[in-house]
Design a protein. Structure first.
Length: 275
């Protein structure tokens, strides 16, 4: 079965593969278009296995919320090079995955990978893109927040994104963005000190005690001094207790109260490629 240049172009549009890859696939399949698509997909799996030991530390970190602003998600698609990470098609593919997450609201990364788009799962499409792009790709992270209002923030460059939930709808837009940017800048571990797991607090206490012990502080004073250090750690690590980055005289909690005393943060997600 023969094929034309138009067939090669059509296959390229369908798969995103290079012109020579499409021509070779059509040659191998004797012009059978469906078989040529399968060949390109199979080669994607072959490339994926060959590149399994590579490091995919670059990529795109994107965040978005549903139209009703009650569901937000972050997805991270990793690749090997910054060149690919900045490619418009790579970013568009990551955006498609994010849109699928918003439409289907999967509960986990595995569920996200199992969503079917255009007859193939997202996981399968990621593998296909490995063959097309020629780099190891990894859909490595998926985080969600559900609340009365969820606000997203993507730092320029697509390397860092946050989503933050609030307990009320119709919140002041700039205020929500300011809190999302605070999370991006200051990397809190929890909304407030009450939501920090006790084992994390205990670990910080032990770290502080050992630090002061090595500095030669009296053993009898270690507990008291370490408790003071942990209080400072709370002010740095609990979002609502952090100093507000746009006004160093108030905390984030005080900033939110200036807008609405009954408004509260219910949760957040943050991901940074260099974290």
């Amino acid at each position: 079965m023969s094929f034309t240049t138009a067939d090669v172009v059509k296959l390229r549009k369908s798969t995103g593969a290079g012109m020579m890859d499409c021509k070779n696939a059509l040659t191998e399949s004797n012009g059978d278009f469906d078989r040529a698509i399968e060949i390109i997909r199979e080669r994607g799996k072959l490339v994926a296995s060959k590149r399994a030991d590579r490091d995919a530390t670059e990529g795109a970190v994107l965040a978005k919320v549903s139209d009703d602003k009650k569901f937000g998600a972050i997805v991270v698609l990793n690749c090997e090079t910054d060149f690919v990470a900045k490619n418009e098609k790579f970013i568009a593919f990551t955006t498609e995955i994010l849109d699928a997450a918003l439409a289907n609201k999967p509960a986990s990364l595995d569920e996200l990978k199992s969503i079917v788009l255009e007859g193939r799962t997202i996981g399968e499409q990621v593998t296909e893109q490995i063959g097309i792009i020629g780099e190891k790709l990894d859909l490595s992270y998926y985080g969600i927040v559900q609340a009365e209002t969820v606000v997203p923030y993507i730092h320029p460059g697509n390397k860092l994104a946050t989503i933050v939930g609030f307990n009320k709808s119709d919140i002041e837009v700039q205020m929500g963005k300011d809190v999302a940017m605070q999370i991006a800048a200051m990397n809190p571990v929890a909304v407030n000190r009450e939501s920090i797991p006790q084992q994390v607090i205990d670990k910080e206490l032990e770290i502080a005690k050992e630090k002061f012990r090595l500095e030669g502080k009296p053993e009898a004073m270690l507990d008291k001094i370490a408790q003071g250090a942990v209080q400072k750690w709370f002010s740095e690590s609990a979002l609502l207790e952090q100093t507000f980055v746009k006004d160093g005289k108030i905390t984030v909690k005080q900033y939110i109260a200036q807008n609405d005393k009954t408004l509260d943060v219910t949760g957040f997600e943050r991901y940074a490629l260099d974290a």
